[in-house]
Design a protein around this ligand. Structure first.
Ligand code: CA
Length: 221
């Protein structure tokens, strides 16, 4: 099982990775918040250990973005000692459990096991709209059963629209959800991206609502 460790403190990250590897997991370490967000929303991990105190983009922001995008990977947050505010904010933002620093590795492993046990019963089902089926766990999209090769960004667009189906999503909301940097935010880019996804799917699941944005209808025409 692959576990993503998001931690900028090298020593802690190294100890965690070593302990997880020894326990039979495949551990990946990421120190950069933006990179971690991207990996968490494009790759399939069994769970994520997320330090809230990261430089540049903090852990809470990343967690909120994942949950907004429909990423339901179980997340164990690492918070500063005694900071109950962080714990409350973290759980409100969608964390499944927390550990305050400093922690014992044994406790991390125990909590991780509990998290994975709980998650196995609530794995998110596939979402089907018309001929298109999206599997949030495997990040796979099929059209009439045939796999479609979407890029990670294209998948995220479709994933976001599928999770918000039945509601018009504006271009601004989409660029907030898909891009991390302001300079990438551009309505033409969203339009082009939607166009590429439509062409690849060859199915009319994304409709344009003039003045409102895009909508995936629950019951497509
Ligand atoms: Ca830190």
């Amino acid at each position: 099982m692959r576990i993503l460790i998001v931690e900028d403190e090298t020593l802690i990250a190294r100890d965690l990775a070593a302990a997880l590897t020894a326990a039979g997991y495949v551990a990946e370490v990421e120190a950069d918040g933006e990179e971690a967000w991207f990996k968490g929303s494009t790759e399939a991990y069994a769970a994520i250990i997320l330090d809230l105190g990261l430089p540049a983009v903090d852990g809470l922001t990343i967690l909120k973005r994942w949950r907004q995008e429909g990423v339901s990977t179980p997340v164990l947050i690492l918070t500063a000692r005694g900071s109950w505010v962080e714990r409350v904010d973290g759980i409100d933002a969608g964390a499944d459990d927390y550990l305050a620093k400093p922690f014992r590795i044994e406790e991390v492993l125990a909590r991780l096991r509990a998290l994975l046990r709980r998650a196995s019963g609530r794995a998110e089902p596939q979402i089907t709209v018309g001929s298109v089926t999206l599997d949030p766990r495997t990040r796979e999209v099929t059209v009439n059963g045939t796999p479609s090769s979407l890029t990670p960004l294209e998948f995220r667009l479709l994933n976001y629209l599928f999770h918000n189906r039945g509601r018009a999503v504006s271009q601004l909301e989409l660029s907030d959800a898909l891009y991390s940097h302001d300079h990438e935010r551009d309505s033409n880019a969203i339009e082009a991206l939607v166009g590429r996804v439509r062409r690849k799917l060859k199915a009319d699941v994304i409709e344009t609502r003039r003045g409102f944005g895009y909508i995936v209808n629950i019951q497509p025409k």
